[in-house]
Design a protein around this ligand. Structure first.
Ligand SMILES: [Fe+2]
Length: 726
């Protein structure tokens, strides 16, 4: 409007500004009241603003509307203020206290040095809010009449002649409307605003600078009920009363835009994920599904269920290759498993074959018992009659387990001496010792002849008498030997009379002229009495000598887990001639009988040492229960009916029937089928053989099927099975 450029000088107190103006260093001083004193200093422009006066008092003081009310009171006024002479002039009864600044007015009133402070109402109000003065009361407007000027002017230095006119011209051109805008913006709007116009807008900032720890860092505090970030830095840290630079920003203004962005980003991310999830799930299916299938196929392999394996296809080459390698691996494992099974089958068959080959008299027992047992088990498996309706072999492995158990049922016989298994006569050891006895009879025969010739030489009697006597003795010898030889056979029952005759014959003496300690093995020598008898020695026809006793060297006790409950004879063997010949029935002594029965203990020991896989865990049990009976009199564990399963009862019958019908026993002829069944029936009645198994055996025709497959036709006779069925 004026075309002039103004440089503003700020930051100085009023007296300093006045001094600068007086010294000619300021061209224009403003704002000034239109006092005479001011007018003397330079050219006064016209007024540009009217400012009402106000006073401040302590809180609770009476309202002040006129300066006359302040007579006799102390009035604080900023020093050097141009209206000061006018106040003194028009209100002489007021005591004036000049203070350094407007703010000092408040200090003077607060400390009681002054009763009232005077300045323009706008400046007082501004100062109160700038310094957060709440304990002082402002009274406005003040009615002053014409005593004090209330309009503000520019004071132009005299050296700048004409400048006042230019400013006046500019002021004159300010319209009322513009004036009103200026009035409103400069004086009224700041006062209406709650926000202070001061350099320290919030009292919290003043509290904050009290602690140096709050400087040079970001603080967060609540101002006017809102969270703000506050950063304060001292502009001159070395000064005792420094100025501070502060930045105050509402937290929301800083964070909210970021939060908005974060929230928006989260929504976008969430939306993308939602879109991607089905896609990724669909894509993952290409990997997960075949891998899941592979795991399933792997489970089948671990269960050795090779037949259920199914191919796994995948579009991913690596998984396809993995599936192919799994299939190949399964085939290799299956092949290996079958090889192992075949090897085991062959080995078990080999053992059974070895047992059968060991003795020509039991040549096919180990091979035939499994056949008969399997025939019966199949009938039981398919039978819906009680008690078989609840029995079945659920898998091929169970059939295999049972068959292997049957094949191995006599594997312990590999340890049984052949001369015991096949002991055909009572005097048989490694050979039939009847020949020794017969030789003794030969000796006696010749002794009789020698006696005859000696007596004849001596003329003791006539020849006829002597010949008759010799014939008599030799006839007697023949009869006696025939009797002893018959006793050597196991087919007949030996009664007490026979035993008495044996004992009588046993005592018949004969003379031994040769040393019986020559040509012996160390073991035989060890069994002889310590002191040899001098030759010739009178021996008896039959003798039970100390050297006939073979002592038991093995421990008679077995591990508890075997469950063996058998009476063990004191001696391993007793080869005594009379002792053996006196066996009442059959050819076996108690020692021999135990040695034969001991085969089942050997079976237990042998199978116990084998690490059978889980599916063959029952093999040892199936192989070792065929000599048990339902009434608990069997061996080796004295099991009873409650202990014996259907397969185990089948094994009992199969073992007995095969043994009864075998045509190859040394001590008895083969029995006809009807005889064997009759004997079996007797064992059923004595509760040794299970009746249900026996009747299944008959009713199903297994007895006939077995006989036709394995027995000669002459053994297969008519059987009236109706006699035995209940
Ligand atoms: Fe046996």
């Amino acid at each position: 409007m004026t075309g002039l450029r103004f440089d503003f000088v700020n930051g100085l107190r009023w007296p300093e500004l006045v001094a600068l103006f007086d010294a000619g260093q300021l061209d224009i001083l403003q704002p000034v009241f239109g006092t005479a004193e001011n007018a003397d200093k330079g050219a006064m422009t016209g007024p540009f603003l009217r400012v009402p006066y106000g006073v401040v008092t302590a809180m609770g003081a009476a309202p002040v509307t006129q300066l006359e009310q302040l007579n006799d009171k102390v009035l604080a006024i900023p020093e050097g203020w141009s209206i000061l002479p006018l106040v003194r002039q028009h209100y002489p009864e007021i005591q004036i206290l000049e203070v350094a600044s407007v703010r000092s007015i408040f200090d003077a009133v607060r400390t009681g040095k002054a009763d009232v402070g005077l300045d323009t109402a706008a400046i007082l109000d501004y100062t109160m809010r700038q310094f957060f003065i709440g304990d002082i009361q402002l009274h406005e407007p003040l009615q002053l009449g014409q005593q004090l000027p209330d309009q503000l002017h520019f004071l132009v230095h005299n050296k700048l002649e004409g400048l006042a006119d230019i400013i006046n011209l500019a002021l004159a051109n300010i319209s009322d409307e513009q004036r009103q805008v200026l009035q409103s913006r400069w004086l009224e709007a700041p006062r209406r605003s709650q926000q202070g116009m001061g350099t320290v807008p919030y009292v919290e900032l003043r509290n904050l600078v009290a602690d140096a720890a709050n400087l040079d860092r970001l603080n967060q505090l609540t101002i006017a009920g809102r969270d703000h970030f506050v950063y304060i830095q001292a502009l001159d840290g070395q000064s005792a009363n420094p100025d501070f630079f502060a930045v105050v920003t509402p937290v929301a203004a800083v964070v909210e835009p970021a939060i908005d962005k974060v929230v928006r980003a989260m929504w976008i991310t969430g939306a993308c994920l939602l879109l991607l999830l089905p896609l990724s799930s669909w894509l993952a299916g290409f990997i997960v599904k075949p891998i899941t299938r592979l795991a399933e196929e792997n489970r089948k392999i671990s269960q050795r269920n090779y037949g259920a394996l199914a191919p796994v296809n995948s579009r991913i080459v690596e998984i396809e290759n993995l599936a192919a390698s799994l299939t190949a691996m399964a085939a290799a494992i299956e092949r290996h498993g079958k090889e192992q099974e075949t090897l085991m089958e062959a080995f078990v068959t080999l053992v059974a074959q070895a047992i059968d080959d060991k003795s020509p008299y039991t040549a096919k027992h180990c091979a035939r018992v499994p056949e008969l047992a399997m025939m019966l088990a199949r009938q039981a498996h398919h039978s819906q009659e009680k008690p078989f309706d609840s029995f079945c072999f659920g898998s091929e492995q169970q059939w295999r387990e049972f068959r292997l158990g049957a094949l191995l049922h006599d594997c312990g016989k590999i340890t049984t001496p052949e001369h015991i298994i096949d002991k055909g006569t009572k005097l048989e050891a490694n050979y039939n010792r009847i020949h020794e006895i017969r030789t003794r009879f030969e000796v006696l025969w010749r002794d009789a002849e020698i006696d005859y010739w000696r007596k004849r030489f001596e003329g003791a009697s006539d020849d006829n008498t002597l010949r008759a006597e010799l014939d008599q003795r030799q006839r007697q010898l023949q009869e006696n030997f025939a009797f002893i030889a018959s006793c050597n056979l196991g087919g007949e029952y030996l009664d007490e009379a026979a035993i008495a005759r044996l004992e009588k014959l046993a005592a018949i003496p004969w003379q031994r002229n040769f040393d019986d300690r020559l040509g012996l093995s160390p073991v035989e020598e060890a069994r002889l009495p310590l002191a040899p008898r001098p030759l010739p020695v009178t021996e008896t026809l039959l003798a039970d000598k100390p050297q006939h006793i073979i002592f038991r060297e093995e421990d008679k006790h077995y591990p508890a887990r075997f469950g063996i409950r058998m009476d063990v004879p004191e001696h391993l063997y007793n080869l005594g001639e009379l002792y053996n010949l006196k066996v009442v029935r059959g050819t076996l002594t108690a020692e021999d009988r135990f040695k034969i029965n001991e085969h089942i203990i050997s079976t237990i020991k042998m199978l116990d040492s084998l690490p059978f896989p889980e599916e063959l865990a029952q093999v040892p049990r199936y192989a070792t229960t065929h000599h048990e009976t339902l009434d608990g009199t069997g061996y080796p564990r004295k099991l009873t009916a409650e202990d014996l399963s259907i397969p185990e009862r089948i094994m009992v019958l199969a073992d007995i029937f095969e043994a009864l019908t075998a045509g190859d026993r040394p001590y008895k002829p083969a029995k006809a089928v009807s005889t064997a069944i009759e004997i079996l029936h007797g064992m059923v009645q004595s509760n040794h053989v299970d009746r249900d198994i026996f009747e299944l055996f008959l009713r199903s025709g297994v007895y006939l099927e077995f006989a036709r497959r394995f027995l000669p036709a002459e053994q297969i006779d008519e059987v009236d099975i109706g006699r035995y069925l209940t």
